[in-house]
Design a protein around this ligand. Structure first.
Ligand code: ADE
Ligand code: ZN
Length: 326
């Protein structure tokens, strides 16, 4: 009975959250109105009703259209601040937050507008909520390597505002090998490297993310279970997986939350973390992801402390900060 309270209050980090995926329908409509952007839905309730997904792509289409209302620094600030406030209330002490600059720069929004709004929100989150936040710039893998290089170029004047790079968007047909050179350049720049792999794509994409991109964490990674040698490697090398149970349910990666492989991954000795991915679209923030998986899979307080501990260990926060949270 005390478990839901523990899950919502224990100190933990969130390592897999797309800030554009935290944009709630109400805020989409509020920002659309002030920016005079027209939306193909009558109101926020009609928009939320459209959130019925069959796979990753069916979600991405509506996720990119939701992000189209974001034009001004304040829009990015308001979006991120709303997320930080909710996260802090659920025991999140630190967040490493993905953002997708190409979704915005391709609409003519300057990179500076995006990063300035996000930076201001992170500064406020630290002073107001005691939540430390870092940003991870994600390249959209359905776009070209050349476009990723151009985005990196635009980002370089703001190198100190983000700690790493990631790879997201449509996985199938866009293997990590497509971005080997741009990630090599990012590593030379001292950026951390993570990548989505093994969400819809095969285990070979997880191996490629490790071997070619030198990913330090794998985002999702649930399909590793199809390859026992890969599971052994992930366990041996303690490669963290940022698992997102409600995302996997809503995008039909699993048919039922009770069929989610979270417990199998834990039992295999992997450094598993629980995360929310795109909470405004998938029906729950971090605590809901913990609570619903714990209830469906029969996990206990021991698992809770292990997962919180993993989330701290797997973060890129400085060791002294980690010690404060453990
Ligand atoms: N962008 C936002 N959420 C994503 C996910 N779950 N997979 C790939 N790209 C994404
Ligand atoms: Zn994701």
């Amino acid at each position: 009975a005390a478990l839901p309270g523990l899950l919502a209050s224990m100190p933990k980090t969130e390592l897999h959250i797309h800030i554009e995926g935290s944009l709630e329908p109400e805020l989409i409509f509020e920002i659309a109105q002030r920016n005079r952007v027209a939306l193909p839905y009558s109101d926020f309730e009609a928009l939320r009703k459209a959130y019925a997904f069959t796979d990753l792509q069916s979600f991405l289409d509506i996720y990119y259209s939701g992000a189209s209302v974001l034009l001004q620094e304040e829009d990015f600030e308001d979006m991120a601040l709303a997320y930080f406030e909710r996260a802090a209330a659920e025991g999140v002490v630190h967040a490493e937050v993905f953002f997708d600059p190409q979704t915005h720069t391709d609409r003519g929004v300057p990179f500076a507008t995006v990063i300035n709004g996000l930076t201001r929100a992170a500064d406020i989150a630290l002073t107001e909520f005691g939540l430390s936040a870092s940003y991870i710039l994600c390249f959209l893998r359905h776009l070209s390597e050349e476009a990723a290089f151009a985005t990196l170029e635009q980002a370089l004047p703001y190198r100190s505002r983000f700690i790493g790079v990631g790879l997201d968007s449509s996985e199938r047909g866009h293997p990590p090998s497509k971005f080997e050179r741009v990630f090599a350049r990012c590593r030379e720049l001292g950026l951390h490297v993570v990548a989505h792999a093994g969400e819809e794509g095969p285990p070979a994409y997880i191996e490629a993310a490790l071997d070619l991109l030198k990913a330090e964490r794998i985002d999702h990674g649930v399909r590793c279970l199809e390859d026992p040698a890969l599971v052994a490697r992930l366990a041996r090398d303690k490669v963290p997986l940022t698992v997102c149970p409600l995302s996997n349910l809503k995008l039909c990666v699993v048919d039922d939350i009770a069929a989610h492989p979270l417990r199998k991954l834990l039992d295999a000795g992997l450094v598993v973390t629980i995360n929310s991915d795109d909470p405004a679209y998938f029906g729950g923030y971090l605590a809901a992801n913990y609570q619903q998986s714990f209830a469906a899979l029969g996990l206990d307080a021991g698992h809770a402390w292990q997962l919180a501990r993993n989330s701290i260990d797997a973060s890129f926060a400085p060791e002294p900060r980690k010690r404060e949270w453990r």
